[in-house]
Design a protein around this ligand. Structure first.
Ligand code: G3I
Length: 340
């Protein structure tokens, strides 16, 4: 009887200890399951106690939504605006989060002096300087970067950006090589939208572009599928998985890098179900495809969403509502992380 009592007590203690030390928050479950589960944040998010609590309890990877873009971090050629980015990087380090950088080569949110570049030499000098200065400052602190973003048009041709116009066809080679040189350990990513479904002209052109970069020994480690989706169109699972597989064959990871699922207003129970189905399908793919390494969302609350401004008549795209309260889609994703 005594032995029975002792072993029962021992079992209870083991269970209690496991309860004390085991994961409790969504973020701890994500850590345990080696899931990179993240979100883009605004500069103020890492200063506001309520946002800080929400972020640290949920996510283990952070991306600056706007803070690292040229127009903000370097509004003119000689002035560097470091404070917000420094804060964010320090916040990630303090909370043992992975920090992702976003982005060097893009056609939006450039500083006026970038859009005014004229010659190939000058454009290369400015681009290489940007990459080298930022990546050296955050060496060992920012683990991965969207080196380039949205370089393709919808028909699969190269987007006519300031970089293409001034530097020419090899601007991606130059950017990725500068990035590797500045921080050889950082993971280098080419990111885009509407590139997730194999068979879509842009997705196929994106794949061919990446393959050609690799054939020329341009250092690239992964690709990003942004995944700004609409709830009314179900995730094309087969096409996404087939696309992921061809990048796996190239030895590259895929990051679902800017997930949100917008809904046509007004929200209805049916539309909410469609949204939940899209979010959970993406999570299922991340959890089952070995080279899909990140589930990163573009913002966490409808209150601060980029969507209504860009897509009038659409909204409700994120996990938290206007009052920053978790929605049913939050609970659905949480369940998949806690009980994978
Ligand atoms: O900072 C100014 C502020 O001073 C001014 O008063 C205000 C007036 O409109 O504008 C503020 O700038 C806004 C900026 O976000 C910061 O909030 C810009 O107008 C606004 O256009 C800008 O939008 C961002 C957008 O990129 C720019 O195209 C969104 O927040 C950001 O979520 C979005 O992110 C992109 C990714 O980088 C790449 N993939 C697509 C994604 C969604 O468009």
């Amino acid at each position: 009887m005594r032995a029975f009592y002792r072993s029962t007590m021992l079992c209870l203690m083991v269970v209690a200890l496991a309860g004390c030390f085991g994961p409790k928050t969504v973020r701890e479950f994500a850590d345990k399951n080696k899931l990179h589960y993240g979100v883009s944040v605004q500069a103020a998010d890492v200063l506001d106690p309520a946002a800080i609590a929400l972020i640290t309890e949920n996510f283990n990877i952070l991306v600056p939504e706007n803070t690292m873009k040229w127009g903000i971090i370097r509004p003119n050629r000689t002035f560097w605006n470091w404070s917000d980015m420094d804060n964010m990087v320090a916040f990630a380090k303090k909370n043992k989060m992975i920090m992702k950088g976003h982005t060097f080569v893009w056609h939006q949110q450039n500083a006026p002096f970038v859009n005014a570049l004229k010659t190939r030499e000058d454009a290369i000098a400015v681009l290489e300087e940007q990459i080298s200065v930022v990546m050296t400052r955050y060496k060992g602190k920012i683990a991965e970067y969207d080196v380039a973003n949205e370089v393709l048009e919808e028909d699969g041709s190269m987007r006519k950006t300031i970089w293409l116009k001034t530097i020419g066809d090899d601007y991606l080679d130059i950017a990725f090589k500068a990035a590797r040189k500045a921080d050889p350990k950082a993971k280098l990513i080419l990111n885009d939208f509407n590139n997730e479904n194999m068979g879509n002209p842009k997705a196929d052109a994106f794949y061919e572009l990446v393959k050609s970069l690799m054939q020329r020994n341009v250092p690239i480690d992964g690709v990003g599928f942004q995944m700004h989706l609409m709830g009314m169109y179900p995730v094309q699972e087969e096409d996404v998985r087939a696309n992921v597989a061809r990048f796996r064959e190239l030895g590259l990871t895929v990051s679902f890098s800017e997930i949100d699922v917008r809904v046509k207003l007004p929200m209805t129970p049916e539309r909410e179900e469609e949204q939940i189905a899209a979010y959970t399908k993406l999570m299922e793919i991340v959890q089952t495809e070995p080279n899909v390494d990140s589930f990163i969302m573009w913002g966490y609350t409808d209150k601060m969403s980029w969507i209504p401004q860009v897509f009038p008549g659409f909204g409700f795209a994120h996990l938290y509502d206007w009052d920053v309260k978790p929605k049913p889609v939050y609970e659905a994703i949480k369940k998949m992380i806690v009980e994978p």
